[in-house]
Design a protein around this ligand. Structure first.
Ligand code: ADE
Ligand code: ZN
Length: 340
């Protein structure tokens, strides 16, 4: 599936972006039940909420037994994102997952960086890294993630974010970690307003001051919060299929994305975890055309937003925006709604 516009997806997670073939290879090597694709597909189809999703995520993590496994997976991920027609990606990597598996987290991160570079040299897309802290493991674990960054100093690490169970450790506990991440020169994002409500999203904005937000769809129930997001030009990196799979939205047709766009909120689209949600970035965009009736103007706006909110240099961002401005898709209707 080739998207109509060049796209960046900056809301992807490492384990959740593994091609299923790589999952099988790692599974056979590790003697893991997901060596059998049917076993994995059965487990995937049992996901219905945050708890079952996080449990499946945790089940996949022990497939990695060495830094080299991470490097091999990184190359496979960069190649599969390229074959989906993506142009650029920022991928969340959780060094604390590797540490909990008894591996050297810094060595695993260096291997991921090497795997991405190797695949790029062979024609895959450019992938940068977002360091991810797991909320339920608390602020000390998040500080160790930044320690790994200080130790490794990889240029491909461009940002820091918080994922995991939004309803676990209170946001205030991470304010110091975010301040340290910024002092280290990292851009920031946070998973908020996904499984938590508007208060959780407001707290994340007030206390963490992120450059962008992953999901943030709770804002759609609060006109004032949508106005704030629009005024502050904070991008919500939204993943519609993920939201349906984890039970926070009933169906794609009921997704609040059109409401957010109509309120002037800046939105970009990401696949989140293509492996777990049986989707891709291109597919997420196609769904919006096919199932929500989004027109050319909106699709172009979503593509532009993906470059505006990417943690790239301003010259690279402007080059990508100019490319889209010079791209003339088939003419469509021109009324000012998401169908245009
Ligand atoms: N980790 C991977 N995917 C996630 C999501 N959608 N929310 C929170 N943490 C995650
Ligand atoms: Zn996510």
């Amino acid at each position: 599936m080739t998207p109509a516009y060049r796209l960046a997806d900056c809301h992807l997670h490492f384990e959740g972006s593994l091609p299923v073939e790589t999952l099988e290879v790692l599974g056979r090597r590790a003697g893991h039940r997901f060596a059998d694709r049917t076993a994995f597909e059965d487990a995937r189809s049992a996901v219905r909420d945050a708890k079952t999703f996080l449990s499946l995520y945790a089940d996949v993590c022990p497939l990695f037994e060495s830094p080299a496994d991470y490097g091999e997976a990184a190359s496979a991920i960069a190649r599969s994102l390229a074959s989906d027609g993506l142009t650029y990606a920022e991928i969340y990597v959780s060094p604390e997952i590797a540490a909990r598996l008894g591996l050297d987290a810094s060595a695993c991160l260096r291997e991921i960086d090497r795997g991405f570079r190797e695949a790029e040299a062979e024609g895959a897309i450019h992938c940068n890294i977002l360091l991810d802290a797991v909320r339920q493991w608390g602020p000390e674990s998040a500080e160790r993630v930044l320690d790994v960054h200080e130790k490794t100093g990889l240029a491909s690490v461009v940002g820091f974010g918080l994922g995991g169970d939004e309803t676990s450790v209170p946001t205030a506990a991470f304010a110091g970690v975010y301040a340290r991440a910024r002092a280290l020169g990292l851009r920031t994002s946070v998973h908020a307003g996904e499984w938590g409500g508007t208060e959780s999203l407001t707290e994340a904005l007030d206390l963490l001051r992120p450059d962008r937000v992953d999901h943030g769809i709770a804002a759609a129930s609060d006109p004032e919060l949508m106005e704030r997001l629009a005024d502050e030009a904070t991008t919500l990196w939204i993943s519609p299929t993920s939201n349906v799979a984890t039970g926070v939205v009933g169906s794609i047709e009921e997704h609040p994305l059109p409401r957010l766009l109509d309120a002037g909120v800046r939105v970009a689209i990401g696949a989140d975890d293509p492996l777990f949600f049986a989707t891709t970035t291109a597919r997420e965009h196609q769904l919006l055309r096919d199932q929500l009736g989004f027109g050319e103007r909106t699709m172009r706006q979503l593509a532009e937003n993906s470059w505006r909110a990417a943690f790239l240099s301003s010259s690279e961002r402007d080059r990508r925006l100019a490319e889209i401005a010079g791209h003339h898709p088939p003419r469509g209707r021109t009324q000012p709604s998401v169908s245009s």
